[in-house]
Write a protein that binds this ligand. Structure first.
Ligand code: ADP
Ligand code: MG
Length: 233
């Protein structure tokens, strides 16, 4: 589903350049639930933004569902982004003056789905995240965990091939974090491919595979079972 080959990225600041991703390689199959783990500044968001076609690598290859992602104009990039990818952010990124249902329906509006269908789909996905009763509430009437569940419903509404989550539990307490990760696991059980960026080990362990990033290099890439086995020898 996702394949990257020798991916490099630097940020240029004046005459200086910061080499953030230093030749990354991995592939992710359909249906995987992968944590990209690493401490702050290790390049996790930079990587996720490239995978999410919000930014471009300086060199290397990226293939998404068989499509080489390179030199796309903004229109084409936006088209692929809508078709392939759903995003979940630490800060939820909901629109405050729109109800939960309207927030979930918004990506479908941009896909020109007719109103009635948009609303039906929004309710369907809100039900999946356990928030049907909250459809007509505004974000500020919801708890942090509920807001993130609305954001997850929104990411799913367009039925993307891959969900990309950047620190989805970063703004939540532990109990709520585990509930959100439970939901992410349930969605993965239905066959969705999901990448979760996190700096928290316990969150990473709720995925099935952990890609460990350190200073822009992959230092470990193992299934959670392999990680557990190596911890108990
Ligand atoms: P993480 O998400 O793992 O915390 P990031 O990918 O956000 O790491 O950042 C990696 C490094 O790149 C950090 O040193 C950060 O300061 C730097 N960085 C991130 N975005 C930019 C940018 N737009 N311009 C310059 N430097 C950046
Ligand atoms: Mg980050």
């Amino acid at each position: 589903m996702i394949e990257i080959n020798n991916l490099h990225k630097s940020y240029k600041m004046g005459s200086n350049s910061l080499h953030v991703l230093k030749g990354l390689n991995f592939s992710i199959k359909e249906g995987e639930l992968v944590a990209i783990m690493g401490s702050s500044g290790s390049g996790k968001s930079t990587l996720l933004n490239i995978l999410g076609m919000l930014d471009e690598a300086d060199s290397g290859e990226y293939t998404l569902d068989g499509v080489p992602i390179k030199n796309l104009n903004e229109t084409k990039a936006a088209k692929y982004r809508n078709k392939f990818l759903g995003f979940i952010f630490q800060s939820f990124n909901l629109i405050n003056y729109k109800s939960a249902m309207e927030n979930v329906a918004l990506p479908l509006y941009y896909q020109k789905v007719p109103r009635k269908q948009r609303e039906e789909k929004a309710i369907k996905y809100l039900s999946q995240v356990g928030l049907k009763e909250w459809a007509h509430h505004l974000p500020n009437e919801l708890s942090g965990g509920q807001k993130q569940r609305v954001a997850i419903a929104r990411a799913m509404a367009a039925e993307p091939k891959v969900l990309l989550a950047d620190e989805p539990t970063g703004a939540l307490d532990s109990k709520t974090s585990y509930e959100v990760m439970d939901l992410i696991q349930n969605i993965n059980d239905q066959g969705n491919t999901i990448l979760v960026v996190t700096h928290e080990e316990d969150i990473a362990h709720m995925c099935k595979r952990i890609v460990h990033l350190k200073d822009g290099v992959i230092v470990e890439d193992k299934t959670v079972d392999q990680v557990r086995a190596s911890q108990y020898v």
